[in-house]
Write a protein that binds this ligand. Structure first.
Ligand SMILES: [Zn+2]
Ligand SMILES: [Zn+2]
Length: 252
């Protein structure tokens, strides 16, 4: 059994089929992310429709320009639903800069506070902004703040720092790409007890589907690569990452 710890079902063409394909490939659970208020409501709908789908509610850094206290209080109210298991995705993205950086930071700070207040883990997106994310996580670090750095592409020292701050490291299809040798070296050295696997569907399809539309069923290719680099069996990696994901998101 596997869990896709990060997907955007709302951006897939045939959602019923994708959820079915996941189940057919032993991907028992999917954690669906939100990007803004409408997609947070949509996420809640998916969790009601599909028994294997859990959700996260939040505002993606690209959409941080839609942040307002009113929007955020509505998003916060959705966390009381018991299939909403995380806050996110949030974070910072200075590569695309689709929202002003100050607003991205304000939004991330509010998500961190919501995560602490609700005791729900936070899902963080990091792109070309590592120093600011590290600083904000250090400033807010406390026992209640837990989460995952999703689609991790950083170096070993950064991964260790995040783990020290209470975070898991999640690997996506990028781990399977030929050029990602350095990332595989990082994965090899990290404790498997702190690693999750994800697809970030419909983006970042792993080899052998690179360049095509991704779907949660393909998380098995990420787990296969992780098994190769850590010299464990596919079954061991599946079991450990599934347990990690259940532990973090409180899934029974
Ligand atoms: Zn992301
Ligand atoms: Zn995402």
């Amino acid at each position: 059994m596997l869990i896709d710890s990060h997907a955007h079902l709302g951006s897939l063409e045939d959602i019923d089929q994708a959820v079915q394909n996941a189940a057919d490939n032993s991907v028992s659970y999917i954690i669906n992310m939100s990007s803004d208020l409408p997609s947070a409501h949509q996420t809640l709908g998916f969790t009601e429709k599909y028994s294997g789908v859990y959700g996260a509610v939040g505002i993606h850094p690209h959409e941080a320009k839609t942040y307002s206290p009113l929007v955020f209080s509505e998003i916060s109210s959705l966390t009381s639903n018991n299939k909403i298991v995380a806050v996110g995705e949030t974070g910072l993205d200075y590569y695309y800069d689709f929202s002003p950086r100050e607003i991205q930071k304000e939004s991330l700070q509010k998500h961190i506070e919501l995560s602490i207040e609700t005791n729900l883990p936070i899902v963080i997106h990091v792109r070309d902004c590592e120093d600011d994310v590290k600083e904000m996580l250090k400033e807010n670090s406390c026992k209640q703040l837990q989460g995952v750095i999703h689609c991790f592409t950083g170096d070993y020292e950064s991964a260790l720092l995040y783990i020290e701050l209470g975070f898991y490291i999640s690997f996506s299809g990028i781990l399977t790409y030929k050029r990602s040798k350095d990332l595989r070296d990082v994965a090899r050295k990290l404790p498997l007890e702190r690693i999750l696997v994800e697809t970030d569907s419909p983006y970042l399809a792993p080899v052998p589907y690179r360049g095509k539309k991704n779907q949660p069923a393909y998380v098995k290719y990420v787990a296969e690569t992780l098994a190769e680099v850590t010299d464990k069996s596919f079954e061991q990696v599946s079991e450990i990452t599934t347990n990690n994901c259940k532990e973090l998101f409180g899934i029974p």
